[in-house]
Ligand binder design. Sequence first.
Ligand SMILES: [Zn+2]
Length: 319
Amino acid sequence: MVLHHKILNYLAKRQQPEKLYHSVAPVVIHPFYHAVCEEYTPHIHSLYKPKNSREFEADLDFLLRHFQPVDAHQVFEYQVKCRPVEQNSFHLSFDDGLREVYEVALPLLQQKGIPATLFINTAFVDNKELFFRHKAALLVDRWRQKPPSPATQKEIDRLLSVPYSERDQLDEAAALLEVDFQDYLKKNKPYLTTEEIKALQQKGFTIGAHSIDHPRYAQLEKTEQIRQTLDSCAYVKKTFNEPKTFFSFPFSEDDVPDSFMKAIRPQVDLSFGIRGMKIGQEGRLVGRIDMEKKGKDAQDTINQAFLKYKILQILLSYT
Ligand SMILES: [Zn+2]
């Protein structure tokens, strides 16, 4: 697996984007981010490496050189109404409803005329609650301030692997480490407010749902998967009057059964996952490309996604 990854990386770095992206029929790609951060952000940086505004702008310029920007409603037309894709396009989205989308990403997107979709967790809007992974990152940040030792690293690894079902452990650890999550929410306001989300909407964002409080769906009962999905979608519809209902899976769509997709079908127009470029244009589940992979610029990431897509196409043509 590691070897495959290395080979793919090696090959991706040697592809001419222009040639590679035109070696397949026109497609819509779906790059996604969480935040764009100018400085170290304690609730994020232990989880993944967000881009700064310079790196993000370079990504956008790269995307604009090779793809036409489209919004979620156009994606719906391509995916569900089977409208043919005439030129390579990209649909940008952001997960988790973080404040930096408004403060850092929005001005750049407006300047370049790029629409985007924001997927929000309804429990976090207005800084009501902290995402359990953000809690883990804050605790890790506190441990990293201690002198490094094998015990410290062990504790960091443990905190980063606490699952959603055992998230109470994070509150217990916070009490021991004297980390005050409520105080952090109040002072740092990591998430967007309802008013900011409405302002984003007026400036060209489509608002979608990303579950209530970001569980890993593979670890939930189906009834809870459906509740998390439909309740958050209903909240978005009611609060932001979106004409269509868009949903992105928290963490990933892995191991979510087909019966789940059938169950949400009447209320959800289109769902977004994280598994790169999907073979076959049509369908109610769209694959997105993670743009926050450590040390990778847009060209590396998109090249890799296209290469995987081409390899899959070749393999499928033999079956
Ligand atoms: Zn998320």
